[in-house]
Design a protein around this ligand. Structure first.
Ligand code: B16
Ligand code: MG
Length: 223
C-alpha cells in the first residue's frame, strides 16, 4: 500500500501498525457544516455573531468548549445553567441534521480503507470528541467496521488529552507506538503525538502542525 501524501512519500507505519484510529468529523464524514448551522441558529437566537470562519475554531473541540469559544468571540458571559440550556438547544438542532445522514455521506476512501485494514488484520477504532458519534456511524452504516468506538460519551477528557485514542489501544492491549491516528484538527494531532502514536493529518500542513504525514482525503491512499 502506498500513500500519496502531499510530499508523495510512503507511510510504512500504516501496514506495520496494529491499530488504526480514525477521528470522525472531518475524516470519515463532514458534519462540521451541520455543527455550524446548529451553532449559528443558537447564536442568532440570543443575538450573538458566529461566522463560518469562527466555526473553524470549533473543529475537534468539545461541545462545552465550543460554546465557550462562541461566547469569547462575542465577549459575553453567561451562567452555567444558561450555558447548559444553550448546549442542549444546539444539540437538538444538530441531531435533526444528522438524522439525515446516509451511507453515501461517507467521505471518499474511508470505507475502502477500513475494509482493507480489517482484511489484513489491523484493528480499527473511532476516536471522536462527539457524543453523537454512535448516531452518525449508524446513519453511515459503518458501525460494524470498528473494533472500538471511543467518543465524548466514553471520556470527559477532551483532545488534546490523548485519552480518546489511548482508551481503544488499552482495551485492545496494543502498544501506543503501534497505533496510527487519522485526524483533521490540531487538537487531535496534538493528542496523537502526546500518546506517541503516528499522526496522519487530513488537511493542509500550513494549518495543521506536527503530523508525520499529510493527506487531502483518505482516497489518496492507494490500496
Ligand atoms: P458533539 P470529532 C467533534 O468531532 C467536532 O469536530 C466538534 O466540532 C464538536 O464540537 C465535537 O465533536 C463534539 O460534538 O456536540 O456531537 O458531542 O472531529 O472529534 O469527530
Ligand atoms: Mg475532526
Amino acid at each position: 500500500m502506498e500513500i500519496n501524501k502531499q510530499t508523495n512519500g510512503l507511510v510504512p507505519e500504516l501496514l506495520a501498525c496494529k491499530l488504526a484510529i480514525f477521528d470522525l468529523d472531518g475524516v470519515i464524514v463532514d458534519t462540521a457544516h451541520y455543527h455550524f448551522l446548529a451553532w449559528q441558529q443558537m447564536a442568532e437566537s440570543i443575538g450573538l455573531n458566529f461566522t463560518k470562519q469562527d466555526n473553524e475554531r470549533l473543529k475537534g473541540v468539545s461541545r462545552s468548549r465550543s460554546l465557550d469559544i462562541i461566547l469569547e468571540i462575542n465577549n459575553t458571559q453567561l451562567t452555567a445553567q444558561k450555558k447548559e440550556e444553550l448546549q442542549e438547544q444546539k444539540n437538538n438542532r444538530y441531531i435533526q441534521y444528522i438524522k439525515t445522514i446516509q451511507p453515501q455521506d461517507i467521505l471518499p476512501g474511508a470505507k475502502e480503507l477500513l475494509v482493507y485494514l480489517r482484511s489484513v488484520g489491523i484493528k480499527t477504532a473511532i476516536g471522536s470528541a462527539s457524543k453523537n458519534a454512535p448516531m452518525v456511524l449508524d446513519g453511515l452504516g459503518i458501525t460494524h467496521l470498528f473494533d472500538e468506538i471511543v467518543d465524548g460519551n466514553t471520556t470527559q477528557r477532551a483532545k488534546p488529552d490523548p485519552a480518546v485514542f489511548t482508551i481503544s489501544a488499552d482495551r485492545l492491549k496494543i502498544p501506543y507506538n503501534q497505533c496510527i491516528v487519522f485526524e483533521d484538527a490540531q487538537a487531535g494531532i496534538d493528542a496523537a503525538l502526546a500518546a506517541k502514536m503516528t499522526a496522519v493529518a487530513i488537511g493542509d500542513s500550513t494549518i495543521l502542525q506536527g503530523a508525520k504525514y499529510y493527506l487531502t482525503t483518505l482516497a489518496q491512499i492507494k490500496l
